[in-house]
Design a protein around this ligand. Structure first.
Ligand code: VG1
Ligand code: CO
Length: 542
């Protein structure tokens, strides 16, 4: 029986960079999740008879919200829901399932790299029929709807069994519980040379994949250990836990420290990798060689043709604005266009749909291609493995040869976390108002050459996204970008992105911190970070 439940709007349901993310306690308020899901359903057309995909990264509250969403889908006209067994679907797997089964869209339940548990974070993201995150026009419409919502529709029914595969019925809705790994693993087999990678492992190549007790465990066990023959134990922290084992499932040098220490130590295997809460990010570390995500994007783009799925070459490369320009040099060498988009995967969808870009990436450890419409952590790991299987060189040598050809973009991101929102806003406002005065100004990194607030015009539909981050360029080609995070749930996070290019005939073996020291000083001089935030150093450097 369909029930109309009256409700009142919440004022704080504006989706950020990647969906609505809040503390679990916020989501536990009566009607909070229901309001947001109904706002999504009110905005989306074509629900009658359509398929909806539902899955998440297994974090605390995942199972409860899946049941809520199933009942609401039944009351809102959907004919079929595909849900991952146990409520599990990695973000890239959800994207693939949406595309493969012609779904109208999907609800991806995750707060990605944010920690999970009763005191931590939860999130809901809506993906559209192309498998990608809803574009801004849709998220803005959803937000507008949350502000005027008066009721939501649900179906009076008990919880559905989502732990065994098969078909269930909730009123008019068919619920199909699917294997969360099978379709995704089959897709990977079409893109990569599994027999070459199998031969690599059979020859004694060793890796560690840290799933960080998050969603990629089952995927990595199946693909790396079962299908590719990597020894048992290659995958660590391979069981998804609701609180990620109290860890922060962010594959960076702080939160994946164990992996980093192993890879830098005397017993390092050949290759190390990790992924995040929802499986869309990747960390790549060779033996004694960290690979920045920006460099990884460039290396993958330059070598993608070695994998069968990309032997045809690339149509174009897209990167988010704060990502380093290393990929730009590869695009130039390949003679293909390079697109610079705002932060967040939703801006790549149109370029991928239009066939204008094949590979995309972000400095935040997201890389992906046109095989789905999300970034994809395991995909990046498999592309690296395919390249290693063909080139048979250590990661460090591949990187050294890359820099020797293209030059090196020294790069780091400094995050200042949990700043009171008004202070962070004041910093950005002061920086924005200083922009016209900056060109020509002398700084510790030399004179400022350009200063603007990035605005993006989508080349496919001419939609404009303004105020996407302050960019300051220096005479020697170095760059600093300032923006506020749109994924946090506590206060504000200031992200400062630092980049310095050294040509192939320059010094390619500097310590990153040394190479970037003048830019760190310039960032302080230009933005007054310590004065505004009271912090004399970043919380996290990646
Ligand atoms: C961050 C990253 C961005 C990424 C987004 C979602 O956003 O910087 O590159 O697309 O997270 O990734 P922000 O607004 O906090 O800088 V995930 O893996 O959290 O879905
Ligand atoms: Co993620």
């Amino acid at each position: 029986m369909i029930q109309d439940v009256s409700t009142k709007p919440f004022a704080d349901q504006k989706p950020g960079t990647s969906g609505l993310r809040k503390k679990v306690r916020v989501f536990q308020q009566p009607n909070y999740a229901e309001n947001f899901i109904q706002a999504v359903f009110d905005v989306v057309t074509g629900k009658e008879g359509a398929t909806l995909v539902i899955g998440g990264d297994g974090r605390f509250l995942n199972r409860e919200v899946i049941q809520v969403a199933i009942r609401m889908a039944a009351a809102n006209g959907f004919a079929r829901v595909l849900v991952g067994q146990g409520g599990i679907l990695s973000t890239p797997a959800a994207s693939h399932v949406i595309r493969r089964y012609g779904a109208l869209g999907g609800l991806v339940l995750s707060a990605s790299h944010n920690p999970g548990g009763p005191e931590e974070d939860f999130g809901i993201k809506y993906n559209i029929a192309n498998g990608g995150p809803a574009p801004e026009a849709v998220t803005e419409a959803i937000h507008a709807r949350t502000l005027s919502i008066e009721n939501y529709r649900t179906f009076a029914a008990p919880d559905v069994d989502i732990d065994s595969p098969g078909l269930r019925q909730v009123g008019p809705l068919t619920v199909e519980v699917i294997d969360p790994v099978a379709d995704y693993a089959a897709l990977m087999e079409t893109l990569f040379d599994f027999s070459a990678i199998r031969a690599l492992f059979a020859g004694g190549f060793r890796m560690r994949f840290d799933a960080m007790s998050a969603v990629t465990g089952p995927y990595a066990h199946e693909i790396l250990e079962r299908r590719l023959g990597a020894p048992a134990g290659t995958v660590v922290n391979g069981t998804p836990l609701p609180d990620f084992g109290h860890h922060h499932p962010d594959p960076n040098l702080v939160h994946a420290r164990d992996l980093y220490d192993l890879m830098m130590g005397p017993d390092a295997p050949d290759f190390g990798a990790a992924s995040d809460g929802d499986g869309d990010r990747n960390l790549i570390i060779g033996r004694n060689q960290y690979v920045t995500p920006s460099d990884s994007l460039a290396v993958l783009a330059a070598n993608a043709h070695l994998a069968p799925g990309y032997a045809r070459g690339l149509a174009g490369i897209a990167r988010s604005m704060p990502t380093s320009a290393a990929a730009d040099r590869v695009a130039a060498a390949l003679g293909v266009p390079l697109f610079e988009t705002p932060t967040g995967w939703k801006f790549f969808g149109n370029l991928l749909d239009a066939g204008m870009a094949t590979i995309c990436g972000e400095e935040s450890a997201g890389t992906g291609s046109d095989h789905v419409r999300e970034k994809d952590g395991l995909w990046a790991v498999l592309l690296w493995l395919n390249i290693l299987a063909v080139r048979r060189q250590p990661v460090a040598q591949i990187l050294a040869e890359h820099w020797a050809r293209f030059g090196r973009n020294y790069y780091a991101r400094h995050d200042y976390e949990a700043i009171p929102t008004d202070r962070a806003d004041a910093l950005m406002a002061a920086l924005r108002s200083s922009l016209p005065t900056l060109p020509g100004l002398d700084t510790p990194a030399g004179p400022v050459a350009s200063a603007d607030d990035f605005a993006y015009t989508d080349p496919t539909d001419a939609s404009v996204s303004a105020r996407q981050g302050v960019r300051i360029g220096f005479v020697d080609g170095s760059r600093i970008v300032f923006r506020l995070s749109g994924t946090g749930t506590e206060g504000a996070t200031l992200r400062v992105y630092l980049e310095r290019y050294v040509a192939a005939d320059g010094d390619l073996s500097l310590e990153t911190a040394v190479a970037l020291a003048p830019l760190v000083a310039a960032a302080e001089a230009l933005a007054g970070i310590a004065g505004h935030t009271g912090m004399d150093r970043p919380s996290v450097i990646t």
